[in-house]
Design a protein around this ligand. Structure first.
Ligand SMILES: [Zn+2]
Ligand SMILES: [Zn+2]
Length: 118
């Protein structure tokens, strides 16, 4: 199954983390140099439920900021199991970059040549 470029639109929602949320991420045991204070939703355009953006990854745990119009929270998840496809040679199309149980379709990573062509 191929995905056309026009089908790759993400949800446009964005969130600015507050001081407490930034402090939470800064205290995680990670080698990431800094936390972005503004993050964009990584789910499919028109998805159901809360918006979600990946804040940090610590080993196999991914920390996602999930928010609605009225509230936001940080929750730990594992990667979407669609990422685990050891039987395939097609690593570009099969790995989902979202959390386990996310709404909407899987977010597959694009080949590097597509990203450079933007
Ligand atoms: Zn969203
Ligand atoms: Zn998925």
């Amino acid at each position: 199954m191929s995905i056309a470029n026009e089908d790759l639109r993400n949800c446009p929602a964005r969130i600015t983390l507050d001081a407490a949320q930034l402090a939470f991420f800064n205290e995680l045991p990670t080698e990431a140099p800094s936390v972005q204070s503004e993050l964009g939703c990584e789910l499919e355009l028109g998805h159901e439920g809360s918006h979600a953006a990946l804040g940090h990854q610590v080993e196999t745990t991914t920390w996602w900021i999930q928010w609605t119009l009225s509230a936001s929270e940080i929750n730990p998840y594992t990667w979407c199991p669609a990422r685990s496809t050891p039987q395939t040679d097609s690593r570009d199309d099969q790995d989902c970059a979202l959390f386990d149980g996310h709404p909407g379709r899987h977010l597959t990573s694009r080949p590097a040549w597509q990203e450079r062509a933007a």
